[in-house]
Write a protein that binds this ligand. Structure first.
Ligand code: A3P
Length: 314
């Protein structure tokens, strides 16, 4: 089937609470805008993974920007320090190419630089075959569902330049509960990687946003070790771990000029986003400012059902 025909036949949903500004398509079980699905199909057809690739994966609004900054700082620390790192002038999403959008850059990295990091929001079941076959390492971040719902809502509301009053949160919540969110259903995204992590022991590292905030030092060390860039004893003594944590902290990143006034993908009108929208509050429990008791009960019940037996707590 031609790509255009695929999108004529798959379910679509124009988001009413965004005044119809965004239409999502459900392809291979997950919702996204058309251009990202097209990029997925291209990556599935063409991408040739290298065993040294390290996939940085997540559902949007779970802490991707932070994880990318940390992974980039870890992998490039031999070349740059806190005063020379590209993270000071380039937003984290522009430091690691996105498989379903920047395939050429990923391929260039394979050819030219040996830079191992590849980012994706793809669900596990949509990853290119060569990537799964390569058995490369995958780092996956997830986050409390209620904070993801609010973060997702505020991001799209601001990106479409609507006021909070013009974009009713209740409708955003209902869509999310029906699985209609960016790369949703969120729980299916998590479950795909969780199941794969049991089928491929030692190849998928699960990081939880809230755990990373509570204990950044141990989680950054786990991340570095897992991706094959462990800190030496000398580095630990010299405070390299702490320096990376500080560099990538919300306080530091959100105050950098590039993240206050720059734009991500400025040349692509339909998906250009102000960098500042990736740095909102970074507070655990902000959902309490948005949820009614009824919403809380509904999402708790849904997550209990969807993730029962996994031991995952959202
Ligand atoms: P909030 O909307 O709750 O503030 P993603 O990067 O996956 O799009 O997720 C965005 C969320 O991560 C936003 O949450 C954002 O504020 C938060 N975030 C961005 N940079 C961060 C950092 N360096 N440390 C912690 N959280 C960060």
């Amino acid at each position: 089937m031609e790509d255009d025909d695929i999108f004529k036949t798959c379910p679509q949903h124009t988001i009413s609470w965004l005044k119809g500004n965004i239409t999502m398509y459900k392809y291979l079980g997950f919702w996204n805008i058309k251009s990202f699905h097209e990029g997925t199909i291209l990556a599935q057809k063409c991408f040739k993974a290298e065993p040294s690739d390290v996939l940085v994966s997540s559902c949007p609004k779970t802490g991707t920007t932070w994880l990318k900054a940390l992974a980039f700082a870890i992998v490039t620390r031999d070349k740059f320090d806190e005063s020379t790192t590209p993270l000071l002038t380039t937003m984290p999403h522009d430091c690691i190419p996105l498989l379903e959008h920047d395939l050429k850059k990923v391929e260039d990295n394979h050819k030219n630089s040996g830079f191992p990091l590849v980012a994706t929001h793809l669900p596990y079941s949509s990853l290119p075959e060569s990537l799964v076959a390569s058995d490369c390492k995958i780092v996956y971040i997830y986050r409390n569902v209620k904070d993801v719902i609010v973060s997702h809502y505020r991001f799209l509301q601001e990106a479409t330049k609507l006021s909070v009053d013009d974009a009713p949160f209740e409708a955003a919540f209902d869509d999310f509960c029906q699985g209609i969110s960016w790369c949703g259903p969120y729980w299916d995204h998590i479950l795909g990687y969780w199941k794969a992590s049991h089928e491929r022991p030692g190849r998928i590292l699960f990081l939880k946003y809230e755990d990373m905030k509570r204990d950044p030092r141990n989680n950054v060390k786990r991340l570095a070790e897992f991706i094959g860039y462990p800190f030496s004893i000398e580095e630990e003594k010299a405070g390299v771990v702490e320096n990376i944590i500080k560099l990538c902290s919300f306080e530091n990143m959100s105050n950098l000029e590039v993240n206050k006034s720059g734009t991500h993908r400025p040349e692509e009108e339909d998906i250009a986003i102000e960098n500042r929208l990736y740095f909102r509050k970074a507070k655990d429990g902000d959902w309490e400012n948005y949820f009614t008791e009824e919403m809380k009960e509904k999402i708790d019940k849904l997550i209990d059902e969807k993730l029962s037996g996994t031991g995952l707590v959202l």
